[in-house]
Design a protein. Structure first.
Length: 256
């Protein structure tokens, strides 16, 4: 039911039945936790229900276990919040050097609300294993369908990252592909797609990265650095924070 009063915007009356009382209570708790109006969460929930009869799915290709969180951790948190199913596919965890890295990745994915799996490729030898990596992507695609793929940008100078992105472009022909940035690997990058973030998404990103105790010596895991990058990208979008991406391929028919 909708009504208008004088010159005020149109208002909506929502009737909550007993069968949905628990869901309503959960929405109110989530709104209080996130500091958002409950009406905003209701609109998002209704929109997701109307827009699609099936859950929307995204895949994040992470050559090494922390690349996904560094490149698009805030976006993962936002997608999960919006009802998306997000899966992180890691290609290497270097167990002989970092025996706890796989467990750290599992905890990080849990914080973001994403599922994850780790393949057994050897760091810095991805060019040698290019065909096997392509085959692993094709095998994964046979069992799963995705609407959106995240992968390192094409200007990433790390040899492992370049292989994953090149083979992703070959394997995922039916999906939208976005390249995430890792500034220490990008001598230059063309960012032409942005996802706005709120403080809660940035906190999730940082909290997820803090799971990587074995990698805390890396300067790019510093929380101040992480926050500075998303703040800088947010300025370009006139938003508090954002993550930037290189548009590799966009499939528009799902938006029409």
């Amino acid at each position: 039911m909708a009504w208008k009063k004088e010159n005020k915007p149109e208002q909506f009356l929502l009737s909550i039945t007993d069968s949905h009382r628990e869901k309503w209570a959960s929405l109110k708790e989530l709104a209080a936790e996130q500091g958002r109006p409950v009406s905003e969460l209701v609109r998002e929930a209704v929109s997701e229900k109307i827009d699609s009869g099936r859950q929307r799915r995204a895949l994040v290709l992470s050559p090494h276990t922390d690349d996904a969180e560094l490149g698009c951790g805030g976006t993962i948190a936002k997608l999960v919040e919006r009802g998306w199913s997000v899966h992180i596919l890691c290609f290497s965890a270097v167990p002989e050097r970092y025996p706890d890295l796989a467990d750290e990745a599992a905890r990080s994915g849990g914080i973001l609300g994403a599922t994850h799996e780790i393949l057994d490729f050897y760091t810095r030898y991805f060019p040698r294993d290019r065909q096997k990596i392509l085959q692993s992507l094709c095998d994964h695609l046979r069992q799963n369908q995705y609407e959106l793929i995240f992968t390192p940008s094409t200007s990433d100078i790390h040899q492992d990252h370049g292989v994953v992105t090149t083979e992703a472009l070959r394997a995922f022909r039916e999906c939208t592909l976005l390249g995430y940035e890792l500034p220490w690997n990008n001598l230059e990058i063309k960012l032409n797609c942005f996802v706005s973030l709120e403080e809660r998404h940035v906190r999730k990103k940082i909290e997820a990265l803090e799971c990587y105790d074995s990698q805390k010596h890396r300067p790019y895991l510093d929380a101040k650095f992480v926050r500075s990058v998303v703040r800088m990208r947010g300025i370009r979008l006139a938003a508090p924070y954002a993550e930037g991406f290189e548009t590799l391929k966009v499939r528009l028919d799902g938006m029409l």
